[in-house]
Design a protein around this ligand. Structure first.
Ligand SMILES: *Cc1c(COP(=O)(O)O)cnc(C)c1O
Length: 338
C-alpha cells in the first residue's frame, strides 16, 4: 500500500528553529487542523507532545478529543463550544457571547482586517461588557493576518490595530488574558516576538512561505509520499499506457504500475505536462483513481519529498498538496533522533 513517511528528525529540527523565533518551545502552538495538514493528526500530535509542545490548535471537537490528553490546552477554531478544562474556543461573533455557557474557555477573535471571521474592532467594548456582565471566562484574544506572507505594509497595519485592541482589553481589567496573532509567516518575519503563543501551521511541517526578500529560515519537509509497485510489464514501441493512452512508449521499455492515484489525494494533473519526482521518475500517461505508471521496476518509489516543489508543478500551495492526502494512507514515523 502507498504510504506517508513522517520524519521525526525534520519535525524536531523545524520546532528547534521555530523555538528560536518564539523564545521558548512552550510558546509554539502547533496547528494540527485538517488531519495535521494531511500529515496525520495523532502521529503529529504525539511527536509534538514528546518534544515538549504544550499547545495545539485544531479545526473541530472531533480532532480535539482525539488528542485531548497530549496538551495543556487545545484551541478549537470552528465548532460548538464545550465546557472542558483542556479546550478553548475561537469565538468569531458578538452574538455567540449572548448565549454561550460562561464556563467555556473563550478566545475572542477580533477581525483586524482579514474580514473572514471575528468581531469588528468597533465591537470590542461591547464584547468586553458582555463578557463582564455574564461572567464569561475570557481566556484569550486573538486575530489572524491576511497577508503576513506578502511584502506590503498591510501586515503592520493589522498589527497596529491589534495592539490597540490589546490595550483596550488590558484597560478593561482583563490582565490574565493571553494574546496571539501570529501564523507561520508572521512568526517567521518577526524579529521581536512578544505574545503568549504563536499558532504555527505550515512552518512546523517544513515550509517557509515567505517570498524572496525575507530572511530564509531553514525548514525541512516532514512528509514524504511513497507508492509501491502493483505490477510490471514490458512495453513495445508504440504501445500506450493508461486511460486515453496518453503516453506512447518510444522504445521497448519496462513500465510498472504503482498503488497511488487521485483517490488517495495525489492530483491527477495534466498528462501532457508530466510530473517528475525528485529522483527523476516521470509519471507516464494519466493518473487514475488508485494507480499511476512509471518507467522501471523499483519496488517502492518516493513520489514526493517536497510538497512545495510539487505545489509549484501543480500550480497550488504546499498546504493543498499535503491536506489533500487521504487519512486512509498509512503513516510511518521515521525516528532518527530520540
Ligand atoms: C490555519 C491557521 C493558522 C496557521 O496558519 P499557517 O499559515 O499554516 O501557519 C493560524 N491561525 C489560524 C486562525 C488558522 O486558521
Amino acid at each position: 500500500m502507498a504510504y506517508i513517511e513522517l520524519s521525526q528528525e525534520n519535525f524536531y529540527h523545524n520546532l528547534d528553529e521555530l523555538a528560536l523565533k518564539t523564545g521558548a518551545k512552550s510558546k509554539i502552538a502547533v496547528v494540527l487542523k485538517d488531519n495535521a495538514y494531511g500529515h496525520g493528526l495523532e502521529e503529529m500530535a504525539q511527536m509534538a507532545a514528546k518534544y515538549g509542545i504544550k499547545e495545539a490548535v485544531v479545526a473541530d471537537n472531533d480532532e480535539a478529543l482525539r488528542i485531548r490528553e497530549l496538551f495543556n490546552n487545545i484551541l478549537v477554531l470552528g465548532d460548538t463550544p464545550r465546557v472542558d478544562e483542556r479546550l478553548s474556543y475561537a469565538i468569531p461573533e458578538l452574538e455567540s457571547l449572548r448565549h454561550i455557557d460562561p464556563e467555556v474557555k473563550v478566545e475572542l477573535k477580533v477581525d483586524t482586517g482579514m474580514h473572514r471571521n471575528g468581531i469588528s474592532v468597533g465591537e470590542v467594548d461591547e464584547a468586553l461588557n458582555l463578557i463582564t456582565d455574564r461572567g464569561i471566562r475570557l481566556f484569550g484574544v486573538m486575530t489572524h493576518y491576511r497577508s503576513a506572507d506578502e511584502l506590503t505594509s498591510e501586515f503592520f497595519w493589522q498589527k497596529k490595530t491589534f495592539a490597540s485592541v490589546k490595550s483596550r482589553v488590558r484597560q478593561a481589567g482583563f490582565d490574565t488574558v493571553r494574546f496571539h496573532s501570529c501564523n507561520s509567516a508572521a512568526l517567521l518575519r518577526s524579529e521581536n516576538f512578544d505574545e503568549a503563543i504563536a499558532r504555527v501551521g505550515i512552518a512546523i511541517y517544513g515550509f517557509d512561505t515567505l517570498p524572496e526578500g525575507f530572511k530564509k529560515t531553514d525548514l525541512r519537509p516532514v512528509l514524504s509520499l511513497w507508492a509501491r509497485r502493483a505490477s510490471r510489464r514490458t512495453l513495445r514501441p508504440g504501445q500506450r499506457v493508461g486511460y486515453g493512452g496518453e503516453f506512447t512508449a518510444p522504445k521497448t521499455m519496462k513500465v510498472s504500475t504503482y498503488d497511488l492515484g487521485y483517490g488517495d489525494g495525489w492530483p491527477r494533473g495534466d498528462a501532457q505536462v508530466p510530473y517528475v519526482t525528485e529522483e527523476g521518475h516521470k509519471i507516464l500517461g494519466r493518473v487514475s483513481m488508485d494507480y499511476l505508471s512509471l518507467e522501471g521496476e523499483a519496488e517502492e518509489v518516493c513520489i514526493m519529498r517536497d510538497a512545495a516543489r510539487a505545489a509549484r508543478y501543480f500550480r497550488t500551495i504546499p498546504y493543498e498538496m499535503t491536506t489533500a492526502l487521504q487519512p486512509t494512507l498509512s503513516r510511518r514515523i521515521r525516528k532518527e533522533r530520540e
